[in-house]
Every structure is written in structure tokens, then in C-alpha cells.
Design a protein. Structure first.
Length: 292
């Protein structure tokens, strides 16, 4: 169900508000370019500064525009289990196909607490869950044994976006998770190695900017054409790096605005525009990838 290149979509703003018209056109472009799924309201979508009403309005718009052509995996995590339940129910009501959920951040529960959190969430809603393990942001790590425990105990825990940068976890997870559990890279720059070890795709930041190239890269991996995939990696690697040369999603929105001027580069505080050096790196990477 969840394979290939799945962009973690930006949320376009104009004059402080969600730009629905630009977002609908952006979703349409992503599907036309070959993206195999969509993630609204994740980290790249500036979910931290969306109100509850805005958040799930964005999800509904994404679902409506996708119209069943690709799955929609809505960002829905929280460090408060009650809010996480509220969020996943709202994601289901909005028509999402699954929820992308981080473990509780800031309060940093132990592994039993992480398990109990997801146990409560799965008991409250039957929407499929993609775990999102990103210790660099949450300071909470869903350890391998807990991933296996969750995937084994709950049939709705069906996938993981792994942004730990620990490639050996792909093999460690494979030893214990049920057949069909999908592992997707949360790091564009590591997706080639991740797929070679058993991953099936990437929740991608770069696919916001280069959806067709990212989709073709994932297609090459899925076909076992790793020489071709390496060529794509070489083409895209400077862009992977440049899009994180300043606080994300500043560089991503700058890059998108260069390619699609109808999408504003506007950010919400505390995010601010990327530095001159970052913009120069993005410009060079776009040229390297032959996007401009």
C-alpha cells in the first residue's frame, strides 16, 4: 500500500493563511509527476504551527484533490495521547488512508510508555498507522524491539518512516516484523542504501521539488536496477543536501518558488527564510539536477 516516492508536502501560505488554490494545484502536479502517495501536515508541512482546524482542513483538501488516485497519509502525532487519539480520529474523518505518527516527544516516555501510547491510539481508532521514528526531532527513539512489538501486537501498525539514519535497523526490523510491514526511509540521501537493505520507498522532502526524478529513482530501486538508481542518486544528492542547508522547510519553499512561482516561499514564525548561502546551494543543486 505504501511504496515508492511519497512527498512530505509543504503547506503553502499567502498573507498568513493557507493557500488552498496553490495547494490543490501542487497536489495535482505531484500525482501527475508520479508520486505514489502524499503526506500532508508532517514536519515539512509546518504542522507545528497549524491550528487543529487548519491542520485537518489541509488534510481534507489533500484527500479531495487526490480523489483516491494515491494514498494520503496524514500527519497526526502528538506527545499527549489524548490529543493523538483526537488527531487520528480527525484524520480518519477527513478521509485519510493512514496516519503518520511520531512517538511522544518532549516528555520522553520509556519504551513501555511508547507501547502504551500506541496501544491506546490503536484501541481508539482503526485507521492504519505509519510509525515515524525521528529521534533528531523528538528526542524519543522507538527502539527495534518496540517497533517489532507494536507491529506484531496491532494489525493497524503497518509501516514505519525511519529517520534514525541507522541503516542496520532495516535488517533488524525485518527479522521480527510481520510480512508486508512497509519500511520507508525518512532520509532522502540514504534512500538508495535503505532500499537495497529491504526498504520499499521514501517519505521524501526532495520530492516536493523533483517529484518525477524521485519517482523514477524509486522505480529503478523497485526493479532492482541499482546502477540506474545510483545515477539518480548522483543527480539528486546535491539537492538532498541543499534542502537541509538551513532550517527546513525554508530551503524547500525557496526551491519550489523558483520552479513554481505561484507557490509562495512564505513561512510561519519561528521559521524564517533561508540564508544567502543556503539559497545559493539550492540554486546550484537545481542546476545540477537540470531542473532549472
Amino acid at each position: 500500500m505504501f511504496t515508492g516516492s511519497i512527498p512530505a508536502l509543504i503547506t503553502p501560505f499567502r498573507n498568513g493563511n493557507f493557500d488552498e488554490e496553490a495547494y490543490r494545484a501542487f497536489v495535482e502536479w505531484q500525482i501527475d509527476e508520479g508520486s505514489s502517495g502524499l503526506v500532508p501536515c508532517g514536519t515539512t508541512g509546518e504542522s507545528a504551527t497549524l491550528s487543529f482546524e487548519e491542520h485537518f482542513h489541509v488534510v481534507r483538501v489533500c484527500v479531495e484533490q487526490a480523489d483516491g488516485r494515491v494514498p494520503v497519509i496524514a500527519g497526526a502525532g502528538s506527545n499527549d495521547t489524548r490529543i493523538a487519539i483526537q488527531n487520528i480520529r480527525a484524520a480518519k474523518d477527513a478521509g485519510a488512508d493512514a496516519a503518520l505518527m511520531v512517538p511522544p516527544y518532549y516528555n520522553r516516555p520509556n519504551q513501555d510508555g511508547i507501547f502504551a501510547h500506541f496501544e491506546a491510539v490503536t484501541s481508539a481508532c482503526d485507521l492504519p498507522i505509519m510509525l515515524y521514528n525521528v529521534p533528531g526531532r523528538t528526542v524519543t527513539d522507538i527502539q527495534v524491539a518496540t517497533v517489532v512489538r507494536l507491529a506484531t501486537a496491532f494489525s493497524t501498525v503497518v509501516a514505519i518512516k525511519d529517520a534514525t539514519s541507522d541503516l542496520v535497523r532495516v535488517s533488524k526490523h525485518r527479522e521480527g516484523v510481520p510480512a508486508g510491514f512497509a519500511q520507508l526511509s525518512g532520509n532522502d540521501d540514504l534512500a538508495l542504501a535503505f532500499n537495497a537493505m529491504g526498504g520499499v520507498g521514501c517519505i521524501s522532502v526532495t520530492a516536493n521539488v523533483a517529484p518525477r526524478l524521485c519517482a523514477e529513482f524509486q522505480g529503478a530501486c523497485a526493479s532492482g536496477e541499482y546502477a540506474a538508481a545510483l545515477d539518480y542518486q548522483d543527480l539528486l544528492y546535491p539537492l538532498h543536501a541543499a534542502l537541509f542547508s538551513d532550517a527546513s522547510p525554508g530551503p524547500v519553499k525557496y526551491a519550489l518558488n523558483r520552479l513554481r512561482p505561484e507557490i509562495s516561499a512564505e513561512l510561519r514564525l519561528p521559521m524564517t527564510p533561508p540564508s544567502e548561502a543556503s539559497r545559493a546551494a539550492v540554486d546550484a543543486a537545481l542546476e545540477h539536477a537540470r531542473l532549472i
